[in-house]
Design a protein. Sequence first.
Length: 129
Amino acid sequence: MSTIAILQIGYALVGCLFNLFSIARVRLGRPPLSATNPYFGIVIMAAVAAVSLSQAIFAGIPYLVGWSFLVAFIGSGPVTAHFRAIRHGQNLDSYASPTAAFLAFAINAIGVVLGCIGIALSLGKLVGL
């Protein structure tokens, strides 16, 4: 398994932990960490892990297609929403704190960057670079 795929799985684990902490907060009667439904967040992180693991198992096409979808989805959804909350104060009250909003943004922004790097490296291998 490549280093980038391992880092992507690390992103999935961190994202999953963030969502699990959010669920724990809700069960204790506290607000969730972010505006994102934490159960949906866990499903997305499971998809991230599955796509990242596919790099070592399949010939690269499922990995490329999967990460292309994930980069588009996470980049245009969670990253944009978390950025708006931080930068423009939109729905900032849906977060446990400004720090939680920043963490949600940072976790997903790093994931998108890792996804783009993985796509570029895989495309390079496919075309023989």
